[in-house]
Write a protein that binds this ligand. Structure first.
Ligand SMILES: NC(=O)c1ccc[n+]([C@@H]2O[C@H](COP(=O)([O-])OP(=O)(O)OC[C@H]3O[C@@H](n4cnc5c(N)ncnc54)[C@H](OP(=O)(O)O)[C@@H]3O)[C@@H](O)[C@H]2O)c1
Length: 189
């Protein structure tokens, strides 16, 4: 069981524009042509921030077009927010706030031995990283730059924290990079 931050990013490190548009991403290809189908079957629980959740509420047409359903996840999903947000009919959504450690323990218990997917955004993934709870970063880097936007991972992860384990070209517009997070460096345990 691993906790994975799996996301697409622009070449200059943004996962969405400043106004939360993903049009640049949809222009890069179909989900089915990426590692997503094999990734998602190993996922037992998801976490996302409220901006990501509200993007899905606002863009249900685009979500249906790319996944076939307005809420494409069968797995329980924790949405981090300090506000009261609308629920989606039929979706297993649990609202959470504050320290991610308690929520991570709940997610582990619910995931049935499968992986935990931190969907985004970058700071939420960073909160899990801060507590040594993030095991992998799996990033599809698109061949576009945005100049500014929502950051991929607003943390300083200096060597030797991230170990590159694989590089895979996905057509002519994307490359997938997989990193293991070294949560315990020599002498720390
Ligand atoms: N490129 C991709 O593949 C990809 C993947 C995922 C997301 N995205 C997009 O990237 C953007 C991400 O937006 P974002 O960076 O603003 O991040 P986000 O993580 O989706 O949302 C951030 C918000 O979540 C709430 N939150 C986060 N941590 C919390 C905690 N511990 N306790 C309580 N509330 C907490 C806060 O809002 P409140 O308390 O005010 O609710 C915070 O402002 C979205 O547009 C999304 O659609 C892109």
């Amino acid at each position: 069981m691993k906790t994975q931050y799996y996301t697409a990013t622009s070449l200059d490190g943004f996962i969405a524009t400043e106004d939360d548009s993903l049009e640049w991403l949809f222009a890069l290809g179909e989900l089915g042509e990426t590692s997503y189908p094999t990734f998602i079957v190993e996922v037992g629980a998801l976490a996302m921030g409220s901006t990501t959740y509200e993007w899905m509420l606002r863009n249900s047409d685009a979500v249906v077009a790319s996944t076939g359903s307005a809420w494409p996840y069968q797995q329980p999903t924790w949405v981090f927010t300090s506000r009261k947000l609308a629920l989606i009919d039929g979706a297993d959504i649990r609202f959470a706030s504050g320290d991610v450690r308690r929520v991570h323990a709940e997610m582990q218990a619910a995931a049935g031995g499968k992986n935990i997917w931190i969907v985004g955004g970058g700071d939420l993934a960073g909160q899990f990283y801060d507590h040594g709870l993030l095991d992998e970063l799996i990033v599809q880097v698109g061949s576009v730059t945005l100049g500014k936007g929502k950051p991929l991972f607003p943390r300083r992860a200096l060597s030797p924290k991230l170990r590159l384990v694989s590089v895979q070209q996905l057509g002519g517009m994307m490359v997938e990079l997989r990193y293991e997070v070294q949560n315990h460096t020599a002498g720390e345990r």
